[in-house]
Design a protein around this ligand. Structure first.
Ligand code: HEC
Length: 109
């Protein structure tokens, strides 16, 4: 009985966060953008290997640096250390959608 009450209390903040986060349409838009622009080299989903083995899977990027730090590079079309990388530059709405999507797929450690 006590355990059930405790579990309910622990679950509430998680539910509130999910509602306050990016909406499903934004995440879908971000997913489409990275699938189209990045998916030929990077694994863009929660599972799977990158088509190019030297390109990191997007779900582990957050383990190297904060996802937010990519925002500027995506908007300006710069990406350091990116061989063969096609030139790309996204509108700020698109950058936001990509950032939200990338955050949503980060593997939990
Ligand atoms: C033509 C292949 C290719 C495409 C397309 C591509 N990438 Fe990459 N990307 C790579 C490779 C290869 C690396 C590994 C580079 C390295 O570690 O030197 C990489 C590395 C990265 C990194 C890690 C950089 C770092 O410093 O750790 C990020 C972030 C990244 N790519 C984002 C993107 C995004 C966002 C897109 C789509 C808009 C994209 N990439 C499209 C090949 C690609």
């Amino acid at each position: 009985m006590l355990a059930a009450v405790t579990a309910a209390i622990i679950l509430i903040p998680g539910a509130a966060r999910a509602q306050g986060g990016p909406d499903a349409a934004t995440l879908k838009h971000g997913e489409e953008l990275v699938t189209k622009n990045c998916g030929s080299c990077h694994a863009v989903g929660r599972t799977g290997n990158s088509p190019r083995p030297d390109a990191p899977a997007f779900r582990v990027l957050g383990q190297r640096y904060p996802i937010d730090s990519l925002e500027e590079s995506l908007g300006e079309g710069l990406m350091s250390g990116h061989p063969d990388m096609p030139e790309f530059s996204f509108e700020s709405d698109d950058v936001g959608a990509i950032i939200d999507y990338l955050k949503s797929i980060q593997a939990k450690r």
